[in-house]
Design a protein around this ligand. Sequence first.
Ligand code: SF4
Length: 73
Amino acid sequence: MVIKVRIDQEKCIACGLCYGMCPDVFEADDNGKSRLIEKYRTTSKTEGEVPDTLKSCVEDAKNGCPVGAIEIE
Ligand code: SF4
């Protein structure tokens, strides 16, 4: 099973919480904004699929993001 993850870089304020909290899934781009690590990307650097073994860390990042820039389904 996989979880679909999408990061809205328009909303992202580069706070660092998600990639600090869940570095197996998220990383910073050159501007400090969040993107997915390469192996989980599908259509772009900010959209992809993550194994559900990482679900709790992705959910914690989603819930902790101060601007609601992370969506999962
Ligand atoms: S937690 Fe939200 S605002 Fe902070 S870096 Fe991640 S996506 Fe951007």
